[in-house]
Design a protein around this ligand. Sequence first.
Ligand code: BGC
Length: 340
Amino acid sequence: MSIEKKLFGSYGGKDVFAYTLTNRVGAALTILTYGGIMNRLLVPDRNGRLADIICGFDRVEDYVADRASYTGSIIGRYGNRISGGGFSINGKRCSIALNEKGVCHLHGGNVGFNRRLWDAEALPGDGKDSLALTLFSPDGEEGYPGNLFVKVTYTFDDDCALTIRYEAESDCDTVLNMTSHTYYNLNGYDGGSVMKQELCLNADRYDAVDELLLPVGEPASVEGTAFDFRKPRPIGQPYDHNFVINGEPGSLRLAGKACDPESGRTLTLYTDLPAVQLYTAEFMNGPTCFKGGVPQRPLHAFCLETQYSPDTPNRPYLPQCLLKAGGKYDSTTRFVFGTV
Ligand code: BGC
């Protein structure tokens, strides 16, 4: 394995670096210090041919200009939506930024972790390399309580497994729900629609949503619905829904598997979080072109955003994402890339 650091651009007068972790078969992951963004992920197909399977831009300016897609970034403090202008903790009301349609909080607010510069430390290992990114989010940022120290560690190994570990500590009780908002197309990010790519999700329940994409009630059974991915099948239609992963939150367990019949590439997903948002990039139609001038096109990628369910702080019936003062947030998601 090797780690290479390059200047990628600048943001607010400061350097933005790109770190590339390359393994023994030439598979490589590039991460930016702006937004903790996964900018490029080269993995082999069934014939060993490498392709870049994630969407991303060529320049920092393009990431800054594109406010809608959150391409490749680390989302925080809260991935997905929070309703009603905020939430209460210990009886105290916290009002947070309403950056979606003036009524919902989405993906951490106006300046979430995806628009911040992170500090980076390269950590070479044996058969695997890591990049540790750290960030300080002050008390009151986007309305959230607590001075928060965040660490996100990307590890990429010789077997093409990508592990993302999210850690944090706060000086007072707060909520936290971080995720990676990476858009995958297993046939290459310029490889056309993902509708024929196959997906299997280890989820008996999903959230039906209203017009604001907020859950309408407790998670419902997928049985007999278009949300039943318990057996592999083509994605087939747009989705922007949260699925509750079977098994105990807190233990790393199989969440799902995607497969591209054309290239043979597979992605197997594990997480210790309660749920995953399947988003098939329906709204991906921004004016900024992806790497090499590839236009943004709806349904040409999918996100599998592991997370607590939408609006958790206002839904006591869901597993809660409360981070206690002095406690430790520590969560792991793993994407394993292979072929069939
Ligand atoms: C949400 C979508 C949203 C997208 C980009 C996804 O996580 O579920 O509704 O359009 O992020 O913001």
